[in-house]
Structure formats: structure tokens, C-alpha cells
Design a protein around this ligand. Structure first.
Ligand code: 5RP
Length: 236
């Protein structure tokens, strides 16, 4: 398996293996979405089989729910668990204050709800995700399908007045069709280049009718685990 992994995947796996050590038996665990989070879910499954680890997992997407079940992890909803002990998830970018861009996989809404329900939020990533300023990665914004063009125009007007470098707003597609989230919504990707004031942007976006949530995770992450291709992982 190791031989077939790219250096980026080796780094993702290293961060996931380190973060899996934070999970103890009896914990209620938010399970992130994406390729890095998939390494985590598989490792937790392995620990269950090898060490008898027992956890309840709250997945942040239908995709993660499927993988968790395949691994034999007990899956529950947030309604059933209440507050979580820990949430471990990937990210698309992390700045020095541990502010994040998330939603590259389109799961930002459930991810934000699950993360904010956890006592500790651990972000797992390869070193390439660490940036001085957020914004090179397009910011995902989840919007409802009704009135999509109108919502998009309002978003374009909103970002025109903010401290960003780019202004292009793109409807996310998959196989030539609009991408549909687990909540039946759409994703607009905002190509901003640099986000000078993430809080101002997040507040402005969430005031627009039709916007469900944006991919800026500000003040949510407690710990960042950066993985390297040689198997090392640094806890930040
Ligand atoms: C999904 C996410 C992912 O955590 C993020 O896109 C990182 O993905 P990957 O681990 O595959 O690089 O936010 O909505």
C-alpha cells in the first residue's frame, strides 16, 4: 500500500495516524471528510480490530458514513450523541492562527456543525495546506438552489467591497452537472486569491439570503497536525 501512495498521500496519512492517537475508548468522535480524513477513519477501524477501541462516530458526510460503517465503527447522528469529545477533519488551507478554508469536498456544512459541537477540534493536513494568508484555495460557499443566480449576484456585489484580490465566482460542477451537497444544495467557489479580512468576509457572506454556510472556519480549530511524506507529524 505504502509503495503506491504519492508523497502528498504519505503526508496526509502521517497526520491522520498521529491524530488517531488522540482518540480514546468511550469517546464520541466527529469524523471528517476527504482523503486525509479517510486515512483517519481507516486507522480508527484498525485500532478497533487490533486493540478493542470502542467509539461512536458522527460522520460529516454520507461518504464518510459509508466508510465508517465499512470499518465497523458505530455511526450515530449528532442528535443522538449530543456534544462530542473530539472532531478530526482535514482542511484545504490553514493559516498561522488556525483559521481554515474547508469544503473542497463539498461537505463544509455538516463539517462546521459537527466541529462546533466538539470539545476539541483537530485538523489533519499535509504541509502544503499551511499558508500565511487564506484565499489561494477557492472559498466554497453552500447555497440553496432556489434563486441561485440572484444569490450569486449578491455574493459578487458583497466581495467587490471587501479586501480580496480576486472576484470570480464559479458554480461547482461534477461530471458536467451542478455539484449537489448532502443537503441537496449547490456550491459556489469564490476565487479570491487572498482574503485580507476573513471574519468580515464570513459575516458578510452569511448575511446573504440563500447562503447556507461558507467554508471559512474561524476560531474553530484547536490543534493542527501537519504530516510529512517521511512519516513524521508535527502537532501545532
Ligand atoms: C471536505 C473538506 C476536506 O477536509 C478538505 O477538502 C481536504 O480534503 P483532502 O483531505 O482530500 O485534501 O473540507 O469538504
Amino acid at each position: 500500500m505504502t509503495d503506491t501512495l504519492s508523497s502528498s498521500d504519505l503526508a496526509k496519512r502521517a497526520s491522520a495516524l498521529k491524530a488517531a492517537e488522540f482518540v480514546e475508548s468511550g469517546m464520541k468522535v466527529g469524523l471528517g471528510t476527504g482523503s486525509t480524513a479517510a486515512f483517519l477513519v481507516r486507522r480508527l477501524g484498525e485500532r478497533m480490530r487490533e486493540e478493542g477501541l470502542r467509539i461512536v462516530g458522527v460522520p460529516t458526510s454520507a461518504q464518510t458514513a459509508r466508510l465508517a460503517r465499512e470499518e465497523g465503527i458505530e455511526v450515530a447522528t449528532l442528535e443522538e450523541t449530543g456534544r462530542l469529545d473530539i472532531c478530526i477533519d482535514g482542511a484545504d488551507e490553514a493559516d498561522p492562527r488556525l483559521n481554515l478554508i474547508k469544503g473542497g469536498g463539498g461537505a463544509l456544512l455538516w463539517e462546521k456543525i459537527v466541529a462546533t459541537a466538539a470539545d476539541r477540534v483537530v485538523v489533519i493536513a499535509d504541509a502544503g495546506k499551511r499558508v500565511p494568508v487564506l484565499g489561494a484555495f477557492p472559498l466554497p460557499v453552500e447555497v440553496i438552489p432556489f434563486g441561485l443566480s440572484s444569490t450569486r449576484r449578491l455574493i459578487e456585489e458583497a466581495i467587490a467591497g471587501l479586501d480580496v484580490d480576486g472576484r470570480r465566482v464559479e458554480l461547482r460542477l461534477r461530471d458536467g452537472q451542478p455539484f449537489v451537497t448532502d443537503e441537496g444544495n449547490r456550491i459556489l467557489d469564490l476565487h479570491l486569491g487572498r482574503i485580507g479580512d476573513p471574519l468580515a468576509l464570513a459575516l458578510r457572506l452569511n448575511q446573504i439570503p440563500g447562503v447556507v454556510e461558507n467554508g471559512l472556519f474561524l476560531g474553530i480549530a484547536d490543534t493542527l497536525v501537519i504530516g510529512h511524506a517521511d512519516g513524521r507529524a508535527e502537532v501545532v
